[in-house]
Ligand binder design. Sequence first.
Ligand code: C2E
Ligand code: CA
Ligand code: CA
Ligand code: CA
Length: 278
Amino acid sequence: AKEAGRNTYQYYSQDALARTQRRLDIEHALNGAIDRDEFSLVYQPLVHAVGDQPPSIEALLRWESARLGPCSPAEFIPIAEKCGEIIRIGDWVLDEVCRQARVWQQAGLSFDRVAVNVSALQLRERGFAERVIALCNRHGWSPTRLELELTESALIRDTDALRQCFDVFERHGVPLAVDDFGTGFSNLHYLNRFPVQRLKIDRSFVQGMLHDAGTAEVTQAIVHLGHALGMRVVAEGVETPAEASMLQRQGCDELQGYLFSQPLRPREMVQWLRSSQE
Ligand code: C2E
Ligand code: CA
Ligand code: CA
Ligand code: CA
């Protein structure tokens, strides 16, 4: 038994070692990744549940490291946050999204907002809001059409700096969405404190709603809550027509997921927009 115990211990410590090594490899490879042009964006449409108003588009980051190969944002974003690299990466994403959106607009494609995922660390960075506005101006992209998707964890700290940041966004009409809504904190005070326009129901709820009545109650409650506060509600991770029609019946405003489209390379996104306009 003692022997087995020791083996288990060795097994776990090797596992922990491998994970630490992987984290260090990623941290190392992130260094200079922007200059090596290793990042790109893919785009996923958000469609209206009812009617045929133009869709919106969420930008999702992709990283093909020369050293490590493709690496998913779920794996590298938390590491980029820990080592501080997320600030520069986040700026790159915002810059690229505004540039791309402007190009698409000038090509006559019709869409509403472009949405960008923003880390809590970016929000806390001095002058972030001003930088976002300056970036929009530089690219000739209206700040009212650049939506920032924030997680609940970014909104729980009510500091002066955060408040100033949101004042700037509000003054320029930058729409804010709460991403992964329902998975974070149960304290909802921030919904009244900050100028949030949209709630995004996390995909875990959407995936459960057809199999579990309780989960369907949760999505319905989020829709009611959002509407009561004057917000729009979006569901992410919609994969089947049955999920879409249930969310539609519940009054959800916008839907996003593989049912409508996977995240697309820019050229594929253009084709998708063209064919959905026909
Ligand atoms: P998220 O913002 O909640 O994005 C939704 C994730 O679900 C994306 O994964 C998307 O590709 C995936 N997805 C979309 N539709 C479906 C569906 O129908 N079914 C399933 N199973 N999945 C679907 P992705 O691209 O791997 O991104 C993962 C997370 O990484 C994002 O979650 C977001 O939190 C973060 N992330 C991505 N890009 C950025 C970025 O530019 N900046 C920051 N800070 N975070 C980002
Ligand atoms: Ca998101
Ligand atoms: Ca999510
Ligand atoms: Ca997220």
